[in-house]
Ligand binder design. Structure first.
Ligand SMILES: [Fe+2]
Length: 265
């Protein structure tokens, strides 16, 4: 839909190149849906090529622009053997934080749904390990953003989803996509963070009658777990001017290592 504004494939390629260059490298890359535009076989073939450099750490979820069966086929080697009945939700429990992918996409629709089956699966999944710090990743953010045209075509049952999250405080972070902007809010003690798009962004305009897409740079979020909490950074894929601060960093670190303060002069 927004292909006339930005080349989404080129933007994704640049984002992947950026992610590969991160040092230290992320343990996993959460791809929170809308990984294609029309959900065609051709698009999934191109997507596989674009994501190949990070395929070994990718955890994908479908969004409203994906096709369920083709998505499962394209990512057969990245999805666990067991996913939820009727939706492509799953758990990865081999990292310092338990990762719960929640699929609320609705076949044939651009809106999503959190229904009885989702509620039962998410509640029982979270109840199984209340002792484990947990990150839930999903496509549709379960809150009203104020971007009206996205809200009215968003997630039915969002309040039910929020109620489940609120009863499981080990969910330290819930990340979502869909909004093509960086947006944060809270549910209980859980931070909800929506990452920017790897393609175009939506203009920041909360007037109910308006909406726009803008060619602000592609972006991503890096969620660093320090053993007690997540610290979330928003990265922008943009080749701006860069001033190398390596020498400055070395001097700061040396002074800190000696326990010295940092007077202005
Ligand atoms: Fe979406």
């Amino acid at each position: 839909m927004f292909g006339e504004l930005v080349d989404t494939s080129a933007c994704l390629a640049a984002t992947v190149e950026h992610l590969v260059a991160l040092d230290p490298a992320p343990d996993v890359v959460l791809a929170t849906g809308d990984l294609t535009d029309e959900g065609t076989r051709t698009e999934y073939s191109l997507l596989a090529d674009l994501l190949a450099p990070i395929a070994d750490r990718l955890l994908p979820l479908p969004g409203n622009h994906d096709d369920g069966p083709l998505f499962r086929s394209a990512f057969a080697d990245r999805l666990p053997d067991s996913t939820a009945d009727g939706h492509c939700s799953y758990v990865v429990d081999e990292h310092a934080v338990r990762l719960v992918g929640l699929d609320t996409s609705l076949p044939g629709h651009h809106d999503g749904r959190f229904d009885d089956a989702h509620e039962e699966w998410l509640d029982s999944t979270l109840a199984a390990r209340p002792d484990r710090p947990t990150l839930v990743f999903t496509h549709f953010p379960p809150f009203t953003s104020g971007i009206t045209f996205m809200d009215v075509s968003g997630l039915a049952g969002a309040e039910r989803m929020r109620a489940v999250i609120a009863t499981h405080p080990q969910v330290r972070l819930l990340v979502a996509g869909h909004l093509h902007r960086t947006v944060q809010t809270t549910v209980g003690s859980t931070l909800i963070s929506v990452c920017p798009s790897t393609g175009n962004q939506l203009g920041l305009d909360l007037h109910p009658d308006r909406g726009s897409a803008v060619d602000e740079p592609p972006g991503y979020q890096l969620h660093r777990w320090d053993g007690e909490r997540f610290v979330t950074h928003t990265g922008v894929v943009w080749e701006g001017r860069r001033l190398d601060l390596t020498q400055f960093v070395a001097s700061i670190r040396a002074r800190a290592a000696q326990g010295k303060s940092f007077p202005k002069r």
